[in-house]
Design a protein around this ligand. Sequence first.
Ligand code: RFL
Ligand code: PHB
Length: 391
Amino acid sequence: MTGPSDVPARTQVAVLGAGPAGLVLAALLARAGVDCVVLESRSRSYVESRVRAGALEPGTVALLRELGAGERLDAAAMVSHQFELRIDGARYVMPVTELSGQPMYVYGQQEVVKDLVALRLSAGGPLLFGAEALGVDGIDGPTPTVRYRQDGVERTLTADVVVGADGFHGVGRRSVPGARTATREYPVAWLGLLVDAPPSGDDVVYAFSRAGLGMHSMRSPSLTRLYLQVPATDTLDAWSDDRIWAQLHTRLAADGWSLTEGPILERAIAPLRAYVSDTMRAGRLFLAGDAAHIVPPTGAKGLNLAVRDVKVLAPALVALLRGDPALADAYTATCLEHVWWAMSFSCGMARLLHASGDPFEDSLRAAELRGLATREPGRRMLAEDYCGVRP
Ligand code: RFL
Ligand code: PHB
């Protein structure tokens, strides 16, 4: 890690945030010979242990391998050839690989972050932890500046370009003047659990039940990841272990399947929201990943979208720094196409998979889900959208 004494004050690209978007971008830029400095507000141990996403599209995995961050992933990721839709206890297997030609992968986001942090540090690239960006100035001129605080000291970093890859709560998106946002708040949240128990089967299971969505996923042969739909207003104290397990058993119940319990290692309630900024660029400031858009987690798309953005952004920045602005000018429009596709899939799944409590509405949802799960066009669409392979 770069220490305070050798903190650079000038770089080509200042990247805010060491999440998947910022770290993949830094790796792509390093490969193209562009200097960048990554500023991350949290500590290294915090970002490497923050439990979040798990399902990676084949395109994301291919890029991580290509960048040299695929070794641990290839040893530990679980290849997911199918997932299961469970509708009022009836089981429908979606053969993703058979229908789309590619599998999904299950590998924790914090492991992806660990691999990318190691890659960046091994290449000697500046990556500053505990460095909180406070604001971005001069984005309409040729050399924007980031004000940030590290170890209680305020510093500035001057760059040719600044990228806000600092998530929904960062300063990047607040520094784009005049951005209009399309937003949807949901009345439900997800209670996410990491459990010290072997997964109860090989498949990710999305269960629609009248008591609410229940989900089964995994992180390793000995770690299970589970989710429950809860009211958006709930806090963790409303959810004792007994209540959690009772609800998981009810919602995931199905013939021939039983849920293995274990100690809950980690629990958090995450709000469900959908949000898209209509512009991902203002002058020399660009946004990528959750800073520009949030999708509900029902489609497993957020991290994968962050990677899609920076795949578009890296060559655009390389060209811009060489004096050719065409790709940078097209950045927002290019990204909004994949963002709205993923939004449409994720919001569609969110609408169908969460119970509303209204018996008529929920019977409609179950019928619609059965229609998708049993007819060829629906099955193919679900498989292709899930693994991000569009014909
Ligand atoms: P991140 O990961 O939030 O990283 C942003 C980083 O910026 C730092 N930061 C700052 N740094 C400097 N200065 C500041 N002022 C800063 N403010 C913030 C933060 O500390 C952080 O390190 O955004 P990024 O890189 O855009 O990545 C997006 C993904 O994290 C997110 O979309 C996914 O986790 C969404 N998601 C899923 N995505 C998938 O592709 N597949 C999944 O299976 C999946 N499951 C999920 C999910 C999100 C979930 N939650 C938490 C709602 C499951 C859940 C429960
Ligand atoms: C996960 O494994 O955390 C996961 C899988 C699928 C989703 C969301 C999260 O849609």
